[in-house]
Design a protein around this ligand. Structure first.
Ligand code: ADP
Ligand code: MG
Length: 258
């Protein structure tokens, strides 16, 4: 898919719009980090982009197609979502959950075949969950469960992957592994839009950063442009020193005590 385009999106809940006129384009192979304070609208934007929430104005295009004109199953064939928290109350096994990622690609009379099982196996291997395949999801740790959710999303073979703070529950090694994996997939053309809390991880992995504050885009650009002392103050209300990462040369945020 060549691009995902968000045009003049407003959206909200019963108390009114949370998002105000959001515009940006994500290109093929791009990793876009979505940052901003709690409540700034990151999850709401990802909900609109995945057709979970209808906008009150504006349009989202997946490639050249308006998301509004697509069925949910059509959306799911090209776009996968890793939500902020995915409650798991049913006692499915890990393998059952991951193979569910193939559902959008199956037709009414065809259940999953050899190729689907192979894709699910690869998704489990990539997320270090293959050894858990026969375990029941409700018995896993938060981090293990999150990796299974990520495996299911990968099994969807998406062209666009939306992630909402995907590694909040993970230890540092698994955080790096998941981001490395997602980053590798962008080299094959995957478009990634990922809400990230940790500014230094956002800086390390993102080609461009979108900053949301109070439902508006406050800044959009590469990490060097966005992660500045002034923006840290204005967006998050914190004092920081900005340095260059000694190896990656990306901005590195050093936070000061207040
Ligand atoms: P973020 O993900 O950046 O923390 P959210 O998109 O979750 O922000 O929330 C943006 C605003 O929308 C917040 O003020 C939040 O209280 C409100 N909000 C989020 N979800 C709902 C909901 N289901 N019903 C009503 N208000 C909501
Ligand atoms: Mg959120």
């Amino acid at each position: 898919m060549q691009k995902v385009e968000v045009q003049h999106i407003c959206a909200g809940y019963n108390l009114g719009d949370v998002l105000q006129d959001i515009n940006f384009t994500a290109r093929e192979g791009e990793f876009i980090g979505l940052i901003g304070p709690n409540g700034s609208g990151k999850s709401t934007l990802l909900h609109v982009m995945s057709k979970i929430l209808n906008p009150t104005c504006g349009t989202v295009y997946l490639g050249d197609v308006e998301i509004e004109s697509m069925k949910l199953k059509e959306v799911a064939r090209v776009l996968a979502v890793i939500p902020q928290d995915s409650p798991m109350t049913f006692s499915f096994t890990v393998a059952d959950i991951v193979i569910m990622g193939r559902n959008p690609h199956l037709t009414l009379f065809h259940s999953e075949g050899k190729e689907d099982i192979e894709i699910a196996r690869k998704a489990m291997e990539a997320t270090d969950t293959f050894h858990l395949r026969n375990r029941v999801i409700t018995n896993l740790s938060g981090g293990e469960r999150q990796r299974v959710i990520i495996a299911r999303a990968l099994a969807q073979s998406p062209k666009v992957l939306l992630l909402d703070e995907p590694t909040a529950n993970l230890d540092i090694r698994h955080q790096i592994e998941i981001f490395d994996l997602v980053k590798r997939l962008t080299e094959e053309g995957l478009i990634v839009i990922c809400a990230i809390h940790d500014l230094n991880l956002a800086s390390l992995y993102s080609d461009r950063l979108i900053v949301l504050k109070e439902g508006r885009v406050l800044a959009f650009g590469n990490p060097e442009e966005v992660l500045t002392v002034e923006n840290m103050r204005e967006i998050f209300g914190v004092e920081a020193i900005l340095q260059n990462h000694p190896v990656e040369n990306s901005p590195f945020v050093i936070l000061m005590r207040s």
